[in-house]
Design a protein around this ligand. Sequence first.
Ligand code: FO1
Length: 310
Amino acid sequence: MITALSGGTGSVKLLRGLYKLGINDVTVIANVGDNIWFEGLYICPDIDTVMYALAGLLDEKKGWGIRNDTFHFLEQIAKYGCETWFNIGDKDLATHVVRTAMLKSGLPLSIITEKLRLKLGIRWRILPASDYHIETRILTQSGEDLHLQEFWVKRKAIDEVKDVIYRGANNAKPAQGVVESIMNSKGLIICPANPVTSISPILAIPTIKEALKMTSAKVVCVSPISGSAPFSGPAGKLMSGLGLKVSSITVAKLYSEFLDVFFIDKVDANLKDEIERLGIKPFITDIVMRNEEDEEKLALEILKCLGEDE
Ligand code: FO1
C-alpha cells in the first residue's frame, strides 16, 4: 500500500504517471487549505484537480478545471452582480453543486469525495486531509489578511507576503482513514507540490505530522523546485516572503523530521552533501515532467525506490 500527500497542478503529473503504471493500492491525501466558499458553492481545488487528472478530464494546459469547459454560468452570474474572479467552468460547476448539496445534507467531505471519485471511475481512494474547514491565509506587508485564492487568483500575487497561516489546522482532526493509511503504508510519497500552500497545510494538522514521524513507511519526496524555480504556482513568491531561500534544500529542511529519500533534479546535484547531512538520502535524476513519458519514467523510479516495482 502507498500513500501520497498531494496538492494540485504540480502533484498530479506524478500521480498520473503512477496511475498509468497500473498500481492499485494507493490512497491520495489531498490538501484542503485552498478550499473556498465562493458564491454559495464549496470548492476544493486540489481534490478536484486530483479527481479530474485521474479520471482523464483535467484541462492540462491550465492545470486545473475540466478540459473544453465553457463559462456560461459565470457570464450569467456576472449579470446578477456576483463575483466572477474565480473561473468556474460549467462542467466543473456540476462538481461544486453536487458537493455543496451533499455537505448541506450533513455528509462529511471525505464521504462526499469517496462518492464522487467512485462515480468518476477512479480506482484509487482520495481522502481530504481533514473534514474540517482549514484556510491558508496570506498576511500581507500592508496588513491585509487574504484567502490564498484571493491572493493568487483575484490579486495575481501582487501583494508582498509577510506571513502564511493555516487557519483552523491546529484544532483540526484528520479525516477518517488518513492516519491509518500513513501508518499502514509501505511507501509514502510527497508529491512535487508547493511546500507552503499544498503540503504545509496538511502537516499543520498535528495528528498527521505525528503519524508521519512515527510511520515505518519509507517516505520519499519529489522536489517541487529545480534550481531556484518552482515548477508551478506561487511557491517562489511565498517562500521568499517567508524569508526562505527558493531551493530544494529548503524543502528538504522542512520535511527533514520524516523524509527518507529526496528526489532532486540533476541541476541540483551540488546539494547532495547538504541533503545527506540532514540525514536524508538524495536521489538525483531528471524530475522535470514535460510529458506523459516523463511522468511515467519518474513514477517508475519512485516505485523502484519504494520496492513496489515487481
Ligand atoms: N486558478 C487560476 O489561476 N484562476 C482561476 O480562475 C482558477 C479557478 C479555479 C476554479 C476551480 C478550481 O478547482 C481551481 C481553480 N484555479 C484557478 C486553480 C487554483 O486557484 C489553484 O491553482 C489551487 O488552489 C492551488 O493548488
